[in-house]
Design a protein around this ligand. Sequence first.
Ligand code: ADP
Length: 189
Amino acid sequence: MQIQINESQIELVRGDITQQETDAIVNAANESLLGGGGVDGAIHRAAGPELLAECRTLGGCATGDAKITRGYRLKARHVIHTVGPIYRDGKHNEPQLLASAYRRSLELARENNLASIAFPAISTGIYGYPRTEAAHIALRTIVEFLKTHAAPKLVRMVLFDAETLNVHERVLQEFAGRAEQESNSAPET
Ligand code: ADP
């Protein structure tokens, strides 16, 4: 599924983040940036040991922030490492921190003149964020960013399994419907 926001595309696909050929892929990292399980482990395995060596020089990353490195043996030239929140009960700033992880990653892509970026569903694995809530926050943040910035031109979310893709498609359809209603009700000039 794909929708257009101004000059940019948001695309949802099922797949493996490590195989993406976008200018950057986003890593669902932890604050140490020294590797972990899930997406983080898969990206480090695919990129090779030079990635960990560069990550060691970065001094970690706060939750909600992001840092950029090269992509080494990946097809993507860059990795943007972001740290989503560990989900507790939704009352510990988790929504704001998750939105911030997406926003900071998009800002870094733009600052580095990257045209395309691929995200996994940050925080929805080991960090336990409920999938539907996380999809709302992710897609709302991406849509808002692209309404106010001309780059990146392509934002792809790469979902690992069919059910997670499904959830994201439903949420994006809601947003797309709403955007259409807004443009239909805009006064003619
Ligand atoms: P977090 O610690 O932020 O929760 P995880 O890496 O545990 O991050 O999981 C984030 C999401 O990425 C989960 O929905 C998981 O199913 C999915 N995932 C795991 N491996 C991959 C992969 N290779 N490509 C894309 N998504 C993946």
